[in-house]
Design a binder for this molecule. Sequence first.
Ligand code: FAD
Length: 673
Amino acid sequence: MEKIINSRGENTERRYVTRFIGLGFGVVITLMLALAATTLMRLDRIKENIRQIAEDHTIHAQMAHRMFDVARERTYLLFKIANTDDLFLADELVMRYRGLEREFNQARQAILKLHLVPDELALLELQRQAGEKTALYQEVVLDHVFAGRREQAGAALLKDAMPAQEVVLNAIDRIIDMQHQEVAQASKKASEHEHQAYLFLLIGTAVATLLSGWIAFYVQGHMSGLMRRLSDKSEQLRLSLRDLEFQKQALDEHAIVSITDARGHIVYVNDRFCAVSQYSRPELIGSDHHIVNSGQHPKQFFQDMWRTIASGQVWHGQVCNRRKDGSFYWVDTTIRPFIGDDGRPDRYISIRTDITTVKEAETLLKFGNEELEDMVAQRTAELAEREAVLQRITGSAQDAIVMIDHNDRVTFWNAAAERLFGYSQEEMLGQLLHPLLMPAAMKARQEAAFSHFVADGKGELVDKTTEMSARRRDGSEFPIDVSLSAVKIKGKWCGIGIARDVTSRKQAEAALQLLADTDTLTRLPNRRKFDAVLSTEVSRAQRHATPLTLVMLDIDHFKSVNDSYGHPIGDSVLIELARLVSSHIRAHDIFARWGGEEFAILATHSDGEETRHFADKLRLLVAEHTFPSVGHLTISLGLATYQSDERIEDFLARADKALYVAKSEGRNRVESL
Ligand code: FAD
């Protein structure tokens, strides 16, 4: 819409084209009217001329014919006068004769009054002269008649009067002819004028038509572009209006809207205004907002409001209004003035949101504040009591109770923690916990776990009891059991740990473990322990591709020792062998009792050749050794070197088989597979 309103160029062009069209048609119409008027005037003049000519001609013709007729009748009367014997009749005829003379002169005078051409005037002059002559001759005839000289009268008539009269008649006749010619010429001229007028009209019409055509062509050219642009603009306008309608709908749905005139009289309210105020639209329109005035604001409030909006500025404020039923409601109000052509506001639009609930909450909050403060004081006292109880409990607890905030800083440290770690409460509060208590080896793992913990209060160790190492103030490390839990304080995850020293338990466990892994007779690792070590070393050998050799060792003819010397001596042989071999194997090799008189050695980082050499040395060592009560004994040895990806059972089976081969090949020997 704004675009259209602001498109001054478009409007100027539209005005220009409209003016041009108006001007063009004005010119054409004026031209046509002038043409018609001129033509009509010309035609009127021609008509007038023709009428005048016709009238003149009629009079002219009548008078000329009258003269002619009168002249002839007079000649005839004169003839009758000259030939009658009756004097009374002659008198009567003379009187008529004289009367006709007056008629003749009257007709002539009438002709003279008309517009006459010089030829006509000359003919009339000729007629006058001839007439005067004729009159003289006729008087002579009459003198003869009244003197009784009838014969002389007849002779004078025939000889002088009648020829003279003939001249007059000829002259009149020629005047009549001339008159005819004149009429013919006048009529021809009138006809020419008429043709000219029609031609003029025709040319004028053609010019006007051409002009109209050119204007139409020009208009069509400009109008189609203009119409297209107008249609574009109209589409834009339609879309803008639609958008405005949507905006209005959206506004109406959420806001209380009213519009007033400059005097504050309401001219528009939306449905929401009616619904909230409980007044109907007819009740509101024409009234002013005083209708909803609650009386809750001082006079100054509205004075300021009016001063602001009347000066053309936007006013914003919270207004308490009264519904029709007398109840109050609060509106957050914005009033925007619309400036008229005279530069002063001519409309005010107000847009409000209902904030009654917020205001009620504010009131409640205000009134409830004291109560709340009492409650807070009471609650603080309760909390202080509880804290004291908690202090007593945690103070007397045997386990260390430690609390840290989201920055790893210690916020709680009980007496047991002081005892366990060797730091006092004063020293620890506010300190970073983990750098002080965590062994250096665990630092990286602990830092990663802690950053996860502060993010969501979760972690591997949370809500569990976990065994781990801790460091005392003196730097000594010791095992502890820690139960960790998470607590959110002011939106941040904090940790609580309950720790207990488990050193003695660990020692007892280690002793028990040793017992479980040791052969009670020889004090060597038993088969269970050997199995565990074998599994570990096989994995290691696989991982690092290091050589690993297994030696199975068995005392030859041990059964006969037992049978000959009894079991206690047999046991002492086993103990002596264990001691002997143990003192010769490398520190990182494992020597275990496999069962009965059978032993196993796991030589790590040793290939078959090296180990075979070592096994042979052992065989010789034993063969040369003197066992108390028994004397010399021999051992057989079977060895196998671990092959890549070999199963442990197969590895064991190969060593066992090698031992079997050594036994079957005559004992006191080393075999490998
Ligand atoms: P008023 O007689 O109105 O006088 C109060 C002050 O306003 C006086 O200083 C007076 O000089 C000045 N004043 C009044 N009319 C005009 C004017 N036409 N031009 C310049 N100054 C003037 N009032 C509400 O209580 N609640 C509303 O929600 C509310 N909404 C309004 C929305 C709009 C668009 C407008 C224009 C006014 C609104 N008012 C509203 C104000 C309302 O018109 C009254 O001015 C107000 O209610 C105080 O009424 P009153 O009879 O006590 O005082």
